[in-house]
Write a protein that binds this ligand. Structure first.
Ligand SMILES: C[S@@+](CC[C@H](N)C(=O)[O-])C[C@H]1O[C@@H](n2cnc3c(N)ncnc32)[C@H](O)[C@@H]1O
Length: 218
């Protein structure tokens, strides 16, 4: 990676976190046993029923925020059900113009529960997106990043054609290193979307920040 890459994320890390491998290995060799919230189980049951009723492939748009990417993906993949998930009701309820495509749904849930429930139920998306997750750029917050969290093995095990985007290259380099520890290869590149598909992508692109993409077959 170029030394001159402009970084707009303010972090006290200049490269991959020195404790990344220890933390990821610990999570890969143990199971995350936090009890599921009742609300998460109810939402999961609804999603499971919707996928089964439709009887076709589905796409997971995790951390979908206001759901713009979910709407975009639903138009791009009309034969898939696209499920946008976020924990923020405030974001999910934000009014957007136009009518939502019929092949999408948005739901409020904690992905720390959803991923584990999906793995338990063998509910496997054809595609899985995490677009611009919170970067948690302070080194002390490594365990809040998806690859540093105990749910990471379930993110891998849920499977699918996976895509992660961020304006912070270190986030993706760490995710790639974490996948490698789990025996998975991935591709990392700079992207310049012709048409940004999320509000964060719109903002970062208009600020002239580099946008990174990691893809993997999980
Ligand atoms: C930086 S925003 C990006 C939103 C959207 N993808 C975009 O690009 O505009 C990150 C989103 O992740 C959601 N999020 C963070 N942790 C979550 C969790 N445990 N479960 C569900 N959503 C979560 C937040 O509520 C927030 O909407």
């Amino acid at each position: 990676m170029s030394e001159n890459t402009s970084r707009s994320v303010d972090s006290n890390q200049s490269g991959i976190h020195e404790r990344l491998a220890d933390i990821v290995m610990k999570h890969l060799s143990s199971s995350f046993k936090r009890p599921f919230a009742d609300h998460s189980c109810r939402v999961f049951d609804k999603i499971y029923a919707a996928v089964r009723d439709r009887d076709g492939p589905f796409i997971l748009d995790a951390c979908c925020g206001v759901g713009d990417s979910t709407r975009h993906l639903a138009k791009e993949f009309p034969d898939h059900l696209v499920i946008g998930l976020d924990k923020s009701l405030h974001r999910l309820s934000r009014q957007r113009s136009g009518t939502d495509p019929e092949n999408m749904m948005l739901a409020r849930t904690d992905l720390n529960d959803f991923y584990r429930l999906a793995v338990e139920a063998d509910l496997k998306p054809a595609r899985h997106y995490i677009l611009y997750p919170n970067p948690w750029p302070k080194a002390a917050h490594l365990k809040r990043r998806w690859h540093g969290a105990p749910v990471f093995p379930s993110i891998i095990n849920v499977g699918g054609c996976f895509e992660l985007r961020s304006n912070w290259d270190i986030y993706l380099l760490e995710f790639q290193a974490a996948l490698k520890l789990a025996g998975k290869t991935s591709e990392l590149c700079l992207i310049m979307p012709e048409k940004p598909i999320t509000p964060f992508e719109v903002k970062y692109q208009s600020d002239g920040q580099p946008l990174w993409q990691l893809t993997a077959e999980l």
